[in-house]
Design a protein around this ligand. Structure first.
Ligand SMILES: [Zn+2]
Length: 219
């Protein structure tokens, strides 16, 4: 089962990725991670990528293309993979089709994690983090026992600089601008399914599993 997970920041993509990887043995593929891995392993494309990074340049799309191909050709991908944070725009989505063809595989399911912006804003702006142990709280959904103080270690809780309404708005605008064409692209292929990310963690997970089963029946 090859899955693509799409969702704005704060929709719980990370949590769902962890569960799917753990329970289904899917390989989690995030471009930043596999880029670092290729460089560490010193593969041909890894060296190419490194030469850009050393010059302070962005790694170009064609190198990212080769790195994804390299990763998808490894044996451990047999049970399937979960793409995270890629494709980021329509160009990459089209290029990903070429990658899949090159590797001889296909996407089975594209899951769009949907969340009302007001709920997203509550989730993000209510987030508080312990400056000592990194534990995450939420002023309404998961408050600390003493306001502003960590339950684990007594450390001071703070709000991340990015977790403000203004910053969220910018991130969401960027996300929508780049993602809407991708959504349409996979919608036209009949692969796109929606999941209501406002539900609890277990319910969201169950909804994704159900979509995977339905997709399995179709193939
Ligand atoms: Zn703490």
């Amino acid at each position: 089962m090859n899955i693509l997970l799409i969702g704005a920041p704060g929709t719980g993509k990370g949590t769902m990725s962890e569960l799917l990887v753990k329970n289904y043995g899917l390989v989690h593929i995030a471009t930043g991670d596999i880029l670092r891995q290729s460089i560490k392993e010193g593969t041909e494309v890894g060296k190419k990528a490194q030469s850009y990074i050393e010059k302070g340049l962005l790694v170009p799309d064609e190198v990212i293309h080769d790195i994804i191909v390299e990763r998808l050709k490894k044996d451990d991908v047999q049970k399937g993979f979960l793409m995270d944070g890629y494709p980021r725009n329509l160009e990459q989505a089209k290029d990903f089709d070429k990658i899949l063809e090159e590797v001889g595989t296909d996407i089975d399911l594209v899951v769009l994690m949907e969340l009302d912006e007001a709920i997203l804003a509550d989730r993000i702006t209510g987030r508080r983090i312990c400056k000592d142990c990194g534990q995450i709280y939420h002023v309404v959904n998961k408050p600390s026992k003493v306001e502003g103080q960590c339950d684990n270690c007594g450390g001071e809780l703070y709000t991340r600089k990015d977790d403000t309404l203004a910053s969220l708005k910018t991130r969401l605008d960027e996300y929508h601008h780049a993602t809407m064409p991708i959504i349409e692209f996979y919608q036209n292929k009949g692969l796109l399914k929606h999941v209501n990310a406002a539900l609890g963690k277990d319910e969201v997970y169950a909804a994704i599993v159900k979509l995977m089963e339905e997709s399995n029946d179709q193939h």
